[in-house]
Write a protein that binds this ligand. Structure first.
Ligand code: AGP
Length: 367
């Protein structure tokens, strides 16, 4: 088969580095600068149908669910449509209310995840409309949905998903843009987002160029038995995905929390033995975030802060990981990339089988 790890020591490493090219592929021909909108023909929805959507519900499992949370936030921000994400594995067991004016979005790299597929079938049985964000062409979910967006990430072999997740985020950004532009998103904002999206592959490249530094930080994190990943609003699904990746391949206990919720319980666990990886973009919440991190530092908790340049950490004792600035709505994807490399290098340092972590399968096809 033509797809092999080449000179890379694992598929995961190869797939992490393939992200700039994969990101370009998913956006190719799908951004319309003249009308400042997404151009997603496969949705099979015209402007009037897009305009009639009153709610968006995203369904996926594991990391696809966490990117679904990023996507729901993008849709709420750009289109001002109520949107939320839910674990597909839970959805059909609570007898969900299926509404005709809700757009259901199933997200899956493999397109074969049984929990997501069964959720799609339940929605369609009740007359709901489902689109797919799927990587594998012709897969079960791709065949079942009413329309969708292929992710064009190329084959993904490592169990820990990377490039497919990045392309899911970009798929959501284009969908949110298209939903926004049939509503109140201005041409100026549409163009701002398109320029931001077009610049992303180069910025992902810049993050990847910091790998050596991330490797050194990862080796220190790997020594801890237990870690926190924290973030707020746009940063919280980033923290969830970062923790997921870390536990999948390093087998360390990594727990994601909203930074704002630490003081309501988990702060009791902070100690010099428990590092925290904090997601702190330069957004509306930056000052509050930094204040919460001082609470961690005061209890001796080691800190790695994934942030933007010039963010004032107020003398915080922390390792700073800087990602390039983009449009605020697009921050989550650049904040996610260093977390992939932290997980990867922690697992490598610990000598684990990175592509095939214990107890896990690439795609979960039994309930
Ligand atoms: C990702 O790193 C995980 N291996 C896992 O959570 C995965 O995202 C999940 O099982 C969903 O898979 P899918 O995208 O193929 O549906």
């Amino acid at each position: 088969d033509a797809y092999d790890a080449g000179e890379h020591e694992s598929f995961m490493h190869k797939e992490i580095l393939e992200q700039p090219a994969a990101a370009e592929r998913v956006m190719r021909g799908r951004l319309n600068d003249r009308f400042a909108t997404g151009h997603l023909g496969g949705l099979n929805l015209d402007a009037r149908e897009l305009r009639a959507i009153r709610r968006v519900k995203v369904l996926g499992c594991g990391s696809a669910y966490y990117v679904g949370e990023m996507g729901a936030t993008l849709i709420e921000e750009l289109a001002r449509i109520p949107a939320s994400a839910e674990a597909a594995s839970e959805f059909r067991y609570r007898n969900p209310i299926i509404e005709p004016d809700t757009l259901y979005v199933a997200v899956s790299q493999s397109g074969e995840t049984i929990d997501t597929l069964l959720a799609v079938q339940e929605i369609r049985r009740k007359g709901g409309r489902v689109i797919g964000l799927v990587n594998v062409v012709g897969s079960a979910i791709a065949r079942e949905v009413d329309g969708g967006i292929y992710l064009h990430a190329g084959p993904e072999v490592a169990v820990a998903s990377t490039k497919a997740l990045t392309n899911m985020f970009l798929g959501f950004a284009m969908l949110a843009l298209q939903l926004g532009r049939v509503r109140d998103l201005s041409i100026a904002d549409g163009r701002r987002l398109i320029a931001g999206l077009n610049a992303l592959p180069g910025k992902i490249e810049q993050v990847l160029a910091t790998e050596e530094r991330l490797e050194a930080i990862a080796e220190r994190l790997a020594a801890a038995e237990s870690l926190f990943f924290v973030g707020r609003v746009r940063g919280f699904p980033v923290a969830r995905e970062g923790a997921q990746k870390f536990k999948e391949i390093s087998y360390r206990h990594a727990e994601a929390y909203q930074t704002s919720e630490l003081k309501h319980g988990p702060l009791a666990l902070i100690s010099p033995a428990v590092p925290t990886v904090a997601i702190v973009p330069d957004d509306e919440l930056v000052e509050r975030n930094v204040a919460a991190l001082h609470e961690i530092a005061a209890r001796g908790g080691p800190l790695v802060v994934v942030t933007h340049d010039d963010v004032e950490l107020q003398g915080l004792d922390a390792e700073r990981v800087v990602v390039p600035r983009t449009e605020r709505e697009l921050d989550p994807i650049l904040l996610t990339i260093p977390l992939q490399l932290l997980a990867y290098h922690a697992a490598k340092h610990l000598g684990h089988d990175i592509d095939k972590p214990r107890n896990l399968a690439k795609s979960v096809t039994v309930e």
